[in-house]
Design a protein around this ligand. Structure first.
Ligand code: ADP
Ligand code: MG
Ligand code: ZN
Length: 197
């Protein structure tokens, strides 16, 4: 049976250093950032050089941390593109974490594959669906090429069932609208209301 912790993933032991891609996806509030930070913390405990990245979606100020909804946080490097991310990876980097990966363009797929081919463990967390319930940016392609995919669920704000979708509560334009608990809530398939606009 499905246990609450069945999504927990820890990398397999390998005799040689080999790279691979892990995707952590799900709706808003499903615990993607918590799970990414958990994996990153364990890699650091194993003394593996880790770099944590996030997309620079807002140029007005540099967010230099990855932060979960409960306030868990870790220092992160904001990057404007997949190319900038690749350029900042160091010769000794063993693990690359990426949060909010849905905000990168499709070049992030090739970048993740390049890193994995170089022996790096890539852990990318992001929304698999946008506010309309449609596949979000590069995440579907990343899921396809990843070795490991973890799909997390939030708790539906309406009925308490496992939630797979992010309901936008206010009128706003576009996929890129970034918000928190005041703007979005987690919903299950039944309670999710598809937007017509
Ligand atoms: P994500 O990165 O997927 O948006 P976070 O890891 O930042 O999620 O936050 C997960 C935390 O959000 C949970 O541990 C819980 O404290 C909080 N939370 C708030 N609303 C919900 C909800 N509806 N379902 C589950 N967790 C929620
Ligand atoms: Mg998050
Ligand atoms: Zn529901």
């Amino acid at each position: 049976m499905h246990s609450p912790d069945s999504h927990r993933f820890d990398p397999p032991w390998t005799p040689h250093r080999r790279g691979w891609i892990e995707i952590v996806c799900g709706s808003m509030f499903s615990g993607k950032t918590e799970e990414l930070l958990r994996r990153v913390k364990r890699a650091r405990l194993a003394r593996q050089p880790v770099l944590l990245f996030k997309p620079r979606v807002d140029d007005r100020y540099d967010e230099v941390k990855v932060v979960s909804h409960e306030g868990l946080n870790a220092d992160a490097l904001p990057v404007a593109s997949a190319g900038e991310l690749l350029a900042r990876v160091l010769a000794d980097t063993a693990v690359v974490g990426i949060d909010e990966v849905q905000f990168f363009d499709d070049a992030i797929v090739g970048a993740a594959e390049d890193l994995a081919a170089r022996g790096i463990r890539v852990i990318a967390a992001g929304l698999d669906q946008d506010w309309r319930g449609r596949p979000f940016g590069p995440v579907p392609d990343l899921m396809a090429v990843a070795e490991y995919v973890t799909k997390l669920h939030a708790v539906c704000a309406r009925c308490g069932a496992p939630a797979s979708r992010s309901q936008r509560l206010i009128a706003a334009e576009g996929q890129l609208f970034v918000g928190g608990a005041a703007e979005y809530e987690a919903r299950c398939r039944t309670c999710f209301e598809v937007s017509e606009t």
